[in-house]
Design a protein around this ligand. Structure first.
Ligand SMILES: [Fe+2]
Length: 256
């Protein structure tokens, strides 16, 4: 009975129902200062420890402009480039809604920012994580297409009641992936790129495993959603991750 209700909910609810106005004008000067502080220290911390398209995306999208970005300003640059756009949401959205958004080239960003007291600890992703961590890579054509494909795989996996497979694939690539770039270890995932503590930890700690990335490995590797990861998947290159994920069909994902 419960299962039937959930299935019905999933088929009737629409991702559009989760979208709220960003109300950029309601961000306070303190909110904008928090963004500026987070932005400045993260850019300094990352240096070149992140794949280069991420840094290109920061420039292209003018994310260094002071203050919390407004979604319309971001979309004016992003949408003509890769077809992606951002929408504001009040917090985490359910997995089926999230993957449905990705499948239509829509990225949800929180309509709030952490406080100065919470700089390093967040219960739910805020607009700094979402906009700084995720949006720069969506200006990269192939990566943007890979993310849309992950959304499509997620929709299919959830319909088959195997959503965890798509969630793991997403987690070990888009959120917490590492990749080599010209022989050097770099951050790929948004969760690492936007984290003050975990960015260096993921690259430099001796206490974690860094296992070779493959879609099979990603789908079969559990993750931790509350705390640093005990292991990261390291791809031979960003391009390799993109090619492997794009080649993955829903049928094969479900069989893994
Ligand atoms: Fe994220």
């Amino acid at each position: 009975m419960l299962k039937e209700t959930i299935t019905k909910d999933r088929t009737t609810r629409r991702w559009e129902d989760y979208v709220v106005p960003q109300r950029w004008e309601s961000f306070t000067s303190e909110d904008h200062s928090v963004w500026d502080l987070l932005f400045a220290r993260q850019v300094e911390l990352l240096g070149t420890r992140v794949v280069s398209p991420f840094l290109d995306g920061i420039d292209l999208l003018r994310l260094s402009h002071p203050g919390v970005p407004d979604v319309e300003g971001l979309n004016a640059i992003l949408e003509p480039r890769t077809g992606w756009r951002t929408v504001a949401v009040p917090g985490l959205v359910p997995d089926d809604i999230f993957f449905a958004m990705l499948s239509e080239r829509v990225f949800p960003v929180g309509n709030f920012i952490r406080t100065r007291e919470q700089l390093d600890y967040l219960e739910a992703p805020d607009c700094f994580h979402d906009m700084f961590g995720h949006i720069p890579m969506l200006a990269h054509h192939d990566y943007a297409e890979m993310t849309r494909h992950v959304g499509e795989l997620g929709v299919a996996a959830i319909a088959a009641e195997q959503g965890h497979k798509a969630a793991r694939l997403y987690w070990h690539s888009v959120e917490f992936g590492l990749a080599k770039e010209q022989g050097e270890l770099k951050i790929l995932g948004a969760g690492l790129a936007s984290s003050f503590g975990e960015a260096h930890f993921s690259l430099e700690s001796d206490e974690v495993e860094r296992l070779p990335f493959s879609v099979e490995k990603a789908v079969n590797t559990p993750y931790k959603h509350d705390g640093f990861q005990p292991r990261y998947l390291l791809s031979r290159s960003l391009e390799r991750t993109i090619d492997e994920v794009l080649a993955l069909t829903a049928e094969r994902l479900l069989a893994l």
